[in-house]
Design a protein around this ligand. Structure first.
Ligand code: 2P0
Length: 320
């Protein structure tokens, strides 16, 4: 029996678009912060006598596409391990699934680490990152503690995440809506690539933003990190809004929270806004300002919807 814990990550330069849908190779590299909140805990037990995988997701049997995606992932692990043995998987999220709070990242990062161990594979961090990527692209970054860069790479072997040194950052997550989103990231990424007139512009902008972000990390320049973060998120949403049929993830309150970031900066705090494929807004700031940023945001929304987070551990095995 192998149990692993992983945390979600929030990208400062976003991953939005695939070059290879099957291997999950991204069109561009991305850079994120793995957090210390909302862990996913996953246990895998190999059962040589079982005829099928048994998957329990948040205490209920998984069915349909969620179960199929986990079984397809286990098939990859079985191929690496040279076995057909089925497994029992029990996974528990403490992050609202499908709410744009990166649950698939923590989910597949925890599954990669637990399944690799349960099937007797010895994989280093890079191999685990590559494996997690096959479940969900952003999961390759949740293998890594703290800040992580996902190199787009040219093929399966060269597309992985690794740690990047930089200043100590924190985040405040503003939960605008914890419900599941209408259009999945996977579908929306495909639609952006296939129908948005801004798709190519997004790819070029994301490449330039990643280069700038790496410079900002190396220089420890939080102002530049924040500026590129906020602009990169809005560029991604602009590309998404160009889809047909249209997709818009940002709600009126999300947009208002981008204005709140500007207000906080006018008050002397280094807070910058970003948003993933959903209406929730995440503020990035120096780790030492997390509590002050959260406090200042209570003017905009109830305190229980504001979650303070700091850099967290990469996916790892735990004893239970
Ligand atoms: C990111 N997102 O960089 C971007 C920003 C959402 C917005 O990675 O199809 O669930 O499983 O590879 O990893 C969400 O995409 O997509 C995502 P798949 P994934 O965090």
């Amino acid at each position: 029996m192998s149990t692993a814990v992983a945390h979600p990550n929030i990208a400062l330069v976003k991953y939005w678009g695939k070059r290879d849908d099957s291997l999950i190779l991204p069109l561009t590299g991305s850079l994120s912060l793995t957090l210390d909140v909302f862990p996913t805990t996953t246990t895998v037990v190999v059962d040589p006598h079982a005829e099928a995988d048994q998957i329990v997701f948040d205490a209920a049997p998984a069915t349909g596409s969620a179960a199929a995606r986990i079984t397809a992932f286990l098939d990859l692990v079985r191929t690496l391990a040279g076995t057909n043995a089925r497994a029992r998987v029990d996974t528990r999220n403490s992050v609202p699934t499908g709410a744009g709070l990166a649950s698939s990242a923590s989910g597949f990062a925890a599954l990669a680490v637990a399944a690799a161990d349960a099937y007797g594979l010895t994989l280093d961090q890079r191999a685990l990152s590559r494996l997690a990527r096959r479940g969900s692209g952003s999961a390759c970054r949740s293998i890594i503690p703290g800040a992580a860069i996902w190199h787009a790479g040219l093929d399966d072997a060269t597309s992985f995440a690794e740690h990047v040194d930089g200043p100590d950052l924190g985040m405040v997550i503003a939960v605008v809506d914890a419900g599941a989103k209408a259009v999945s990231s996977r579908e929306a990424m495909r639609r952006t690539r296939d129908t948005s007139p801004y798709a190519d512009a997004w790819v070029h902008a994301a490449e330039a933003d990643l280069a700038l972000m790496q410079q900002a990390f190396a220089a420890g320049d939080i102002g530049m990190i924040g500026e590129v973060t906020e602009s990169n998120a809005l560029r991604m949403h602009a590309a998404i809004m160009g889809c047909r049929p249209p997709i818009r993830y940002l709600a009126p309150q999300s947009v208002a929270l981008f204005d709140a970031a500007a207000r906080l900066r006018a008050q002397g705090l280094q807070a910058y806004a970003t948003a993933d494929a959903g209406p929730n807004v995440v503020f990035v700031c120096p780790a030492g300002e997390v509590d002050a940023v959260r406090e200042a945001l209570t003017a905009d929304m109830p305190g229980e919807r504001l979650i303070a987070a700091r850099a967290g551990a990469g996916a790892h095995l735990v004893e239970v």
